[in-house]
Ligand binder design. Structure first.
Ligand SMILES: Cc1cc2nc3c(=O)[nH]c(=O)nc-3n(C[C@H](O)[C@H](O)[C@H](O)COP(=O)(O)OP(=O)(O)OC[C@H]3O[C@@H](n4cnc5c(N)ncnc54)[C@H](O)[C@@H]3O)c2cc1C
Length: 344
């Protein structure tokens, strides 16, 4: 019989960053991947401490950024590369009022570390009111991050390329099929709805689309530009996205969302472009905008890691460590992210 410390179910940011904690700690584990293109894999990978609609920041933004930089540096030791792309986000202002608000916010204690009042104008795009830089923002090289992580997990025999079958799980016996385990981390994104142990957790799907576009005119801007959505270079193409839609649950590409993206891009890119690829997936969101972490009330060896929302990279990394320390060392979970907060 095979015996392992951990089983991880899922292969998005939640699963991969939890796997990183196990790799660092020298734990044995198996990670189940059903081979679908997850929300994580189609995400923009933008690392951003500012809410760019309201010009506010969020809980533990600075700690999350610092922790992510450390984790990606640590991952370099076994992946051979650091996937942190040090190109900041520039918010294109809609009008003078927005620019004035940005300026005002840049003087507040909360936003000063994250908002520059040194405005910049880019050539080749419409930005008559200029742009504001989000300090400490960056991107993750998403495609290569996942590709290298999968290669590494496969080489080390951690990767199981199949859907985890809940009917074959015996938590009391600590058995999954013929595999003995100490703990399981369920990190299935919206797939959690099929999970008989955690299927009722309060995550809601928020459907997102992105497009990959070929721009007709040479475009050498390496920074991420953001007006309605994010635009940045990705190989020979550009990534543009993503949309938000809470209403839809079908998995097909929605042409209305694609039109929104086309119109959004046309607002500041004045030349032709061709859509080369369209993608869609569901963000697992929570109404209080905080992840959901914790152990099952009856089966202590089962834990959930979900609800990363629109900030999969920062939340996935930061809270993987919190969950790991909770499980391994009994450190209490912050009440804000504890699964128990929904159980009145
Ligand atoms: C268009 C778009 C753009 C985004 N841009 C950003 C961004 O710029 N920055 C950012 O930080 N976040 C971004 N996000 C949000 C981010 O993608 C999500 O927060 C994140 O993907 C959630 O990660 P997860 O691991 O919880 O879930 P997922 O990424 O959905 O991964 C869960 C995986 O588990 C697998 N799975 C489920 N059940 C099983 C099973 N039984 N057996 C085996 N495998 C299973 C699924 O197939 C899936 O691949 C974006 C999302 C979208 C849709």
């Amino acid at each position: 019989m095979k015996k392992t410390d951990y089983i991880i179910v899922g292969d998005g940011y939640a699963a991969m960053f939890f796997a990183h904690r196990l790799i660092t700690a020298g734990k044995d584990f198996l990670l189940f991947s059903e081979g679908k293109k997850s929300a994580s894999q189609i995400s923009a990978g933008v690392i951003n401490p500012v809410v760019l609609k309201k010009f506010t920041t969020f809980w533990k933004a600075q700690e999350q950024i610092d922790n992510l930089k450390t984790a990606l540096t640590d991952m370099e030791a076994y992946l051979g590369k650091n996937f942190f792309v040090n190109e900041p986000v520039h918010r294109i202002f809609h009008d003078e009022n927005e620019k004035a608000l940005w300026q005002k916010k840049s003087q507040t204690v909360e936003l000063k570390p994250f908002i520059s009042n040194d405005f910049k104008t880019f050539n080749g795009v419409n930005n008559p009111f200029g742009t504001g830089e989000v300090l400490q923002s960056a991107r993750l090289d998403v495609t290569n991050f996942f590709s290298k992580m999968f290669d590494y997990l496969s080489q080390k025999n951690h990767l199981v390329k199949e859907k985890f079958d809940y009917s074959q799980l015996y938590p009391k016996e600590g058995m999954y099929r013929e595999i003995g385990f100490n703990k399981i981390i369920f990190a299935e994104g919206m797939g959690v709805k099929e999970n008989p142990y955690f299927g009722t957790i309060e995550v809601q799907p928020n459907k997102g689309h992105n497009i990959r576009v070929a721009l007709s005119k040479d475009f050498s801007i390496k920074e991420t530009l953001k007006k309605k959505h994010f635009l940045f270079p990705l190989g020979d193409l550009h990534y543009y996205g993503g949309t938000y839609d809470r209403g839809q649950i079908h998995t097909d590409i929605d042409e209305n969302a694609i039109s929104q993206l086309e119109n959004g891009l046309r607002e500041f890119y004045p030349y032709n472009f061709e859509i080369v690829e369209k993608n869609t997936a569901f963000r697992p969101t929570v109404k209080d905008r905080r992840p959901i972490l914790g152990r099952h009330s009856e089966h202590e060896n089962l834990s959930v890691f979900n609800g990363l929302g629109a900030r999969g990279v920062l939340n996935g990394n930061y809270f993987s460590e919190i969950l790991y320390r909770h499980i391994e060392y009994g450190e209490p979970l912050p009440a804000e992210v504890d699964l128990q907060r929904f159980q009145a």
